[in-house]
Write a protein of this length. Sequence first.
Length: 231
Amino acid sequence: MITEKAMLAAVHISIWSAVKHDRKISRDVANQHVAHQGAGRYNKQLLRGADKLDELRTLAGQVRQYFYQITLPWSDEGFRLPPSNLYFDLITQMRGFEASFEQGVESFLQVYPQYIEQVRPELNGLFREEDYPTAEKLRKKFGVKLDILPIPSGNDFRVEMSAEEQARVARVIDTNVRQSLTRGTEDLWKRLREVVSHMVGYVHKLTDHALLPAKPVAVSRPPYAGCSLSQ
């Protein structure tokens, strides 16, 4: 049973947007053009040229990319299915990402006051000191977290209800698990087709240009758990 051999995982990443809705300016613009107050909104970029914040955004993208590469779709709530043979690799890699992210946050907070002073003349009359959280509050707006959950099973049901209703709910749970597993399998085959298509295109290109070597071309095995190409 897959419920006994696999786990579900989800990555949650939070990062400060450095964007602020300026209600006063939005009202002023609406009044100036005799428009409805809800006709538009003015969002201020609180920081510009904040390299340390950009580095955190880049790292967040790398975390998501890694997580999606080694997992398969499972649910719309963000939980995905990591291959069992890569589970400990996932845990180790995510711990490294979390440590790097925390270091990046501290590096950003060290120069945060300088970024504020740097943008003050650029915003000019739009600058509001209260738009900027303190370093302590800002630290809580960043984070990387990996959640691990067991795959639900219709046999593991503890809510008190009639036997008939419990059997119905158990069937629903088992059906949802099968549907999620099918979705993950389809994604795996899609990845495999992309690899094979790339190989076919490469061989055709060599054939068209009469550049095929005398010996067979060695092609790397795709880095997806459970997939292999045989001759």
